[in-house]
Ligand binder design. Structure first.
Ligand code: ARG
Ligand code: ZN
Length: 870
């Protein structure tokens, strides 16, 4: 039943032209398809098309009825000519399509989601990404309620029809796979703008949103224009149609979708204004707008041969959007956030039962592989290719890739071939770049250990580097991978030593190719402090054999902000994992923190990140077996200890930070708010031990009440979670009363409560699952509550298993109508083997309850079975 990469075979038929005609009706939409088909495979190969939940009305070849057979998933015509026109008509039911895949309705509007295999829920087709076709689409619907009729490409015609209906005819001049098809119809407001591309063409830009929401699309429009410009300047990529449209929908299974010329977005990643969106929302919107736009080249013009190559478009596009965000918001802060996300989501995946390589070799449901590994680790691999090649050669390789694969469905080998093609003059680089293929095929996070020996007399520092990758399911043996490690040697104050003859005079790149390597660094005058894996130059776990004083030196003064942050993280982790608090170490950390906070050369966003401290989930990755109650207790204890020690400093800095009168979403303003909220949170973390809890309560309440934007309002609510009781509840109630008609804000209201680390949170979450505003059929609302809860370590991992039982109940309920979304929440249970008892056994039993359930979807079954497998 699994589909295997090694079984890939090119399709027997091509579909050079696809004509679709939609007659839209909520429960009885008719879809006529007229496909021009040509044989390219064996002369006797039957035509086999994919389809699901389609009510077949008619099938004809060249106008004549034909014999065919169908199953739940296929339509087979045993004998067909070498070239013919296939006409089919089907009926579908968008209104009752709660899978949110194929054609469905959201708030009275029609919309589609086809990636990966949703097009087969619209019509019979060769639903595979290597089947490229030119589309012409006619949409017909009542004028009332459906004034806008949208599809990919250019609008050819629009007109009235009898009986109060109208139609639109769209044509997309570019070949595309069917997963990029889109259709939207309904009542929408549109924000219009235009831009001029680098070759001087004018492109109309239109963002369609719920009526009344036009002003909230302004930031997305601005981000879109900046993305288009950036892709021209940095990658030389120009937009290719005269029209670019984006539509925001409320009911969507994930973030957004790059349909050619007609991106569809989850409304939560598009709509923003200061009173309803946080700075984090603005940041996400900017990056997702860029991501989907960048897919126009990395994904659409050059698409994937098969779904095993998913990271060809996703890893590359994430790397591109990260580059954009870094340019918009600052490289150091952006890098820290990206690494934090990688470690939070990808590292656990890569070490658990669901580990898979960035290019998997088999799958049951491809929807289960839209993972952090394929996206984020995939992006890291592209980043390493760039680090190895250098920016200029990287750009040449990308130009080569886009030029030589334009209009085709490519593979990772094609991508690497472009690096090969532009490095003929550098055999060593060429060899390193080719060896990078192993990063795509081998799962697991490499562990790198560096031990050091300083010979003061000889002034040499000898480093010994080792790498090892633990086995993952199906891959017992691991090879060494090429690991680019950026290194510098500092002195005990963190200042660089021994100017190296390198571009920045501070650091150099070492490539660890084998399981072990040794190197000797000369002219080291002073006792050295190593700064390794600077800017997180490879997605590995680094162990440095060094005294703690070295980490303090980097915390104090490493010129690489990433490693400075990393040093603070490592020290904080060590403190929190201590059984008994090490007061001297906490003092030293508090001093380091104070020096950082008072350092005028550092920006606010960076300081806010340092104040963030490792999460309970971060700590869990360094504990074996994991004891969530212990981690929660120790983290809380440490934050309280810091809060008491630094109370006056935190208070002074908090008071000293200016509060802007008008809201601006720019990076500096957002950094300022982030710092102010982080200071407040740490102040309130001392609540339980404070001499003056009343004063802290007033401070948090005042912050909440004075807030003029959503970021500060949420900051106030989070601060009040330390207080609990009436002040917390009153703020929640006021928040609800004010925003009850704003679904995106009510999502936040649900997730905040689910994330509160209170003993009564499970009961509250259970009650919220019966709240009139709770709706499991809207993924945003369901995830707000259930995912928010599953990420709340100490509450989800209740020792009696009550948290797991709630999750199982929710997964099974949603699996009945939306398997794709349900399956995404199996992961929190999957790593049961890493937990202490009774957690481990309770998690295993929860997984068994899932697999024992009747009528489970393939999606959930695949993940739960893998999680339980030995
Ligand atoms: N291609 C989309 C994006 O990265 C995501 C599609 C997700 N599809 C899925 N079946 N999970 O922007
Ligand atoms: Zn993508």
């Amino acid at each position: 039943q699994p589909i295997k990469l090694s079984d890939y075979k090119a399709p027997d038929f091509l579909i050079p032209a696809t004509e679709l005609a939609f007659d839209l009706a909520p429960e009885t939409t008719r879809v006529k398809a007229r496909l021009t088909i040509k044989r390219q495979g064996a002369a006797d190969a039957p035509l086999i098309l994919m389809g699901e939940r389609l009510k077949l009305i008619s099938v004809a070849i060249d106008g004549q009825p034909v014999d065919y057979t169908t199953t739940d998933e296929t339509l087979t015509i045993a004998s067909v000519p070498d070239q013919f026109v296939l006409e089919t008509e089907v009926e579908i039911d968008p209104l009752n399509n709660k899978t949110l895949e194929g054609l469905y309705m959201s708030s009275g509007r029609y919309c589609t989601q086809c990636e990966a295999e949703g097009f087969r829920k619209i019509t019979w087709y060769l639903d595979r990404p290597d089947s490229l076709s030119k589309y012409r689409v006619r949409i017909e619907a009542p004028k009332a309620g459906f004034p806008h009729l949208l599809s990919n490409g250019n609008l050819l015609e629009k007109g009235d029809l009898p009986d109060g209906k109208h139609y639109a005819l769209w044509e997309d001049p570019f070949f595309k796979p069917c997963y990029l098809f889109a259709l939207v119809a309904g009542e929408l407001d549109v924000l219009e703008d235009s831009t001029v591309t680098m070759s001087g063409r004018t492109v109309d830009l239109k963002i369609y949103v719920d009526t009344g929401m036009r002003d909230r699309a302004a930031y997305a429009m601005d981000a879109l224009k900046r993305s288009m410009k950036w892709d021209e300047e940095v990658y030389g990529r120009e937009y290719d149609l005269d029209l670019f449209m984006i539509v925001a929908v409320r009911d969507f299974n994930f973030g957004a979708m790059e349909n050619k010329g007609l991106n569809v977005f989850n409304a939560s990643l598009l709509l923003a204004d200061p009173t309803t969106a946080t700075d984090a929302d603005y940041e996400r919107i900017e990056s997702v707008i860029a991501h989907e736009y960048f897919h126009n080249w990395s994904g659409n013009r050059v698409t994937c041969r098969d779904w095993f190559q998913l990271c060809l478009k996703e890893g590359l596009t994430v790397f591109r959007d990260q580059g954009f965000s870094a340019d918009m918001r600052g490289h150091a802060v952006a890098r820290i956030k990206d690494v934090r996300a990688l470690r939070a989501r990808q590292f656990p995946e890569d070490s658990g039962p669901l580990a898979h390589s960035v290019r998997p070799s088999s799958y049951v449901k491809i929807d289960n592989f839209y993972t952090a590994t394929i996206y984020e680790k995939g992006a890291e691999i592209v980043g390493m290719l760039k680090t190895l090649a250098g920016p200029a050669v990287y750009r040449q390789a990308l130009d080569h890739y886009f030029e030589h694969n334009d209009g085709t469905a490519a593979t990772l080998e094609d991508f690497l071939a472009s690096f090969h093609a532009v490095t003929a003059d550098n055999p060593q680089l060429r060899a390193d770049l080719s060896a990078m293929i192993d990063w795509y095929t081998q799962a697991g996070t490499p562990q790198v250990r560096i031990s050091q020996h300083y010979d003061a007399a000889a002034k040499t520092l000898t480093l010994t580097c080792l790498q090892v990758t633990a086995p993952t399911p199906g891959q017992p043996e691991k090879k060494p991978l090429p690991i680019p490690i950026r290194l510098a040697v500092l002195d005990e104050d963190g200042a660089p030593q021994a100017p190296f003859n390198t571009p920045d005079n501070v650091s150099w790149l070492f490539i660890l190719r084998d399981a072990q390597a040794e190197m000797v660094i000369r002219n080291i005058e002073m006792p050295p402090v190593l700064s390794a894996l600077r800017h997180f130059s490879a997605p590995v776990t680094l162990h440095l054999d060094e005294p703690q004083s070295h980490a303090f030196a980097r915390f104090k003064g490493d010129s690489d902000p990433f490693n400075r942050w990393e040093a603070a993280q490592g020290l904080a982790k060590a403190i929190m994992l201590d059984e008994i608090p090490d007061e001297a170490l906490i003092d030293a950390f508090a001093q380091g923190l104070e020096a950082t906070l008072r350092d005028d050369r550092l920006d606010d966003a960076f300081k806010a990140l340092i104040l963030g401290l490792p999460t309970e989930a971060d700590l869990a990755q360094s504990q074996s077996p994991i004891d969530p109650a212990f981690l929660h207790h120790n983290r809380k204890r440490f934050k309280a200890a810091l809060s008491l020690r630094l109370h006056d400093t935190l208070r002074d800095l908090y008071n000293a930070l200016p509060v802007a009168n008008t809201f601006s979403p720019d990076a500096a303003s957002a950094g300022n708010r982030a710092l102010r909220n982080a200071l407040l949170d740490l102040l309130l973390a001392g609540f339980d031990l404070s001499q003056n809890p009343g004063e802290l309560t007033l401070l948090a309440e005042a912050h909440f009440k004075a807030a003029t934007n959503m970021t500060d309002m949420i900051g106030g609510l989070i601060a009040l979670t330390h207080v609990q009781g009436a002040p917390y509840q009153n703020a929640l109630d006021a928040f609800y009363a004010r925003f009850r008609h704003e679904p995106l804000v009510i999502d936040k209201w649900f997730s905040l409560q689910a994330a509160a680390p209170h003993p009564d949170t499970l009961a509250r979450v259970q009650a919220l699952s019966h709240h009139p505003d709770f709706d499991a059929k809207t993924p945003n609302r369901w995830r707000a509550l259930v995912q928010g809860f599953a990420n709340n370590q100490s509450v989800f991992h209740a020792p009696d298993g009550g948290g797991y039982a709630f999750l199982v109940e929710q997964i099974l309920a949603v699996d009945a109508f939306n398997p794709m979304t349900a399956a995404r929440l199996v992961e929190p249970l999957s790593r049961y083997r890493f937990y202490a008892q009774p957690y481990s056994e309770n998690m295993r039993q929860a997984l068994q309850m899932i697999t024992a359930a009747p009528k489970l979807s393939k999606n959930v079954l695949e993940l739960a079975t893998k999680a339980l497998a030995d």
